[in-house]
Design a binder for this molecule. Structure first.
Ligand code: S3P
Length: 176
């Protein structure tokens, strides 16, 4: 399948961006870009180490310049880091070069998905539904404002989410 634009998957940690991107890649032969993975490769450090040694501001700068590079390309499915919407310039770049798909999930479902994972510095010591809920609420407006399409992932398989996404994408393009 060829797309004349990029598909940006955004959403809170644990909403399934990476899993859905990888499924879209294999089911629809789309190229997948995993932002966090690329950043780790470029920096030669884990996300947790980048945060610990160089700080969140540095990480956000690297993230923005990676997004700037990616946004010059087309026909890619991009699994974004959960914090990509924190900078307006990032949202602007995504908007100009593709469609933005927000994946959502309840705090309980997110906790189930991330509880074993120590690689997310922002969730360190916050593995409780209330704390995840609060963090999500802080970002909710940014996520929703950026999104062209919103898909709730609670109780759905990765394949179901991917199919729903492609249907919605078709609808959005038909409306244009
Ligand atoms: C972050 C999300 C992470 C990663 C970093 C910061 C965030 O990506 O980029 O830990 O600010 O929400 P995932 O959403 O893939 O976990």
């Amino acid at each position: 399948m060829m797309l004349a634009y990029n598909v940006y998957l955004i959403g809170f940690m644990g909403t399934g961006k990476s899993a859905v991107a990888s499924c879209l890649g294999s089911e629809y032969s789309l190229d997948v870009v995993e932002m966090d993975e690329l950043l780790v490769k470029k920096e030669g450090e884990s996300i947790a180490n980048i945060f610990a040694q160089k700080g969140e501001k540095y990480f956000r700068e690297r993230e923005s310049s990676l997004l700037e590079e990616i946004s010059t390309e087309r026909n890619k499915v991009i699994s974004c880091g959960g914090g990509v919407v924190l900078r307006k310039e990032n949202v602007q770049r995504m908007r100009e070069s593709g469609k933005i798909v927000l994946l959502t999930a309840s705090a309980e479902v997110i906790l189930e998905r991330v509880k074993q994972d120590e690689g997310r510095p922002l969730l360190k010591g916050k593995k409780h539904p209330k704390e995840i809920h609060n963090l999500m609420e802080e970002r909710r407006e940014r996520y929703e404002e950026a999104a062209d399409i919103i898909i709730c992932t609670n109780g759905k398989s990765v394949k179901e989410i991917s199919e729903e996404l492609m249907e919605e994408l078709k609808r959005v393009k038909e409306r244009e």
